[in-house]
Design a protein around this ligand. Structure first.
Ligand code: SAH
Length: 374
């Protein structure tokens, strides 16, 4: 992807003005506060006002590349339900379901297991009104009860299976900068030219900062990213695991080991953009730290499996067999598309390695396939 130049919209200008007022009033904003406002501001936030997914949007996600992705995640949900002992009534919650495509495809997989289809209630956790509407349209007439919620806390009680594809990468990150033997909060301020610019904020004391407290042999200027809301998400699902079986699958792009690096990125119309220049107009994400998620899970007494590269995960769940099945009924042109999209999802050079899958389950549950006990 190349860097893209984007004209400033009236909403973005308004959001920029409000952010600058906040900076003038209270001082520089942490990267997390800046990212939170850009993504979730009620009137001008990125997700509050637009449908960003697909060839005509800003980015394409795995469910939009091939129906096989949602079908195989649907199969994973069946494996998780089996590891729970096939409860009669249970909830599948999807976090940040985008256009609803993954759930449409998962439902197709569930049709082959009537007891699953009869017992499931689907909880769609979505804050964007625009995407909620798209999901409702996509799932109109679905053969199972489907409810929408703002937060996972509100999903119905009972055995719970959680699916989150490209959800965690959109949760705000804090960036900490190593300087003079300590961590400082990386902040956003108003630069000399009047635009936004990064600056160093207050020094962080190590207390409460699990990763940053670890002695890292880091040169000055190194950036460590922490994502408080990811830890909070694990706490929330852990609270549910106290009451009933839980299995969660987190799929996202990111790294398996905690490491320093600036991964904050902005994307607009399939091209990289400047993260500070167009608040609310460009998608802001950052790599998921899977090691941090695993640490949170184990701190709450939960089991975790993986991260397993997305390619390996999909292949083990039957990507090739499903691909060949689809090709049987397809025209040569369609076959070409089916083959290309299967490669895009699983090839290490495409999404197969950078994207990873992590399962988190309540203690005592057997590992849901394709994960195996350590
Ligand atoms: N899972 C979808 C969409 C990924 S984009 C796919 O793979 O295509 C991120 C999704 O998370 C969007 O649906 C966005 O509206 C939603 N989202 C972002 N922050 C959220 C939050 N805090 N709570 C609930 N949904 C959120």
């Amino acid at each position: 992807m190349n860097a893209a130049r984007k004209p400033q919209s009236p909403q973005s200008t308004l959001l920029a003005a409000r952010l600058k007022e906040r900076i003038i009033r209270n001082g520089p904003l942490s990267v997390a506060d800046f990212m939170e406002s850009c993504l979730a501001d009620d009137t001008a936030g990125y997700y509050s006002q637009r449908q960003p997914i697909g060839e005509h949007g800003d980015f394409v996600t795995a469910p939009e590349i091939s129906q096989i992705f949602g079908e195989l995640l649907g199969l994973w949900a069946i494996a998780a339900w089996q590891s729970m002992g096939e409860p009669k009534s249970f909830v599948v919650a999807e976090l940040g379901p985008g256009l609803g495509t993954l759930m449409v495809d998962a439902l197709r997989a569930w049709k082959s297991v009537p007891a699953f289809l009869e017992g499931v209630t689907v909880a769609m956790v979505e804050t964007s009104p625009v995407l909620r509407e798209a999901q409702q349209t996509a799932l109109h007439g679905a053969p199972v009860p489907i409810q929408w919620f703002d937060a996972i806390e509100d999903a119905p009680r009972g055995p719970l299976i959680v699916i989150a594809n490209e959800f965690v990468d959109a949760l705000p990150i804090r960036q900490l900068v190593w300087s003079d033997g300590g961590w400082c909060e990386r902040c956003v301020t108003i630069g000399p030219e009047g635009g936004f610019a990064f600056c160093s904020g207050r020094t962080i004391t190590n207390s409460g900062l699990q990763q940053a407290a670890e002695p890292l042999d880091t040169p000055d200027g190194s950036i460590l990213e922490v994502r408080p809301e990811a830890g909070a998400l694990v706490s929330l699902i852990a609270a549910r695991a106290d009451q009933a079986p839980l299995a969660a699958l987190i799929v996202d792009y990111g790294h398996g080991e905690t490491a320093c690096g600036d991964t904050l990125q902005a994307v607009w119309r399939h091209q990289y953009a400047d993260p500070l220049s167009h608040p609310g107009e460009v998608d802001l994400t950052a790599h998921v730290d899977f090691a941090a998620l695993k640490d949170s899970a184990s701190a709450h007494g939960l089991q975790s499996y993986g991260p397993m590269p997305q390619g390996e995960f999909l292949l083990k769940l039957g990507l090739e067999a499903r691909r060949d099945r689809l090709c049987e009924k397809a025209t040569p042109e369609q076959q070409e598309r089916i083959l290309a999209s299967a490669i895009r999802l699983s090839d290490p050079e495409a999404m197969g390695l950078l994207f990873k899958t992590l399962a988190i389950t309540s203690p005592g549950l057997a590992a849901p396939a394709p994960f195996v006990e350590a």
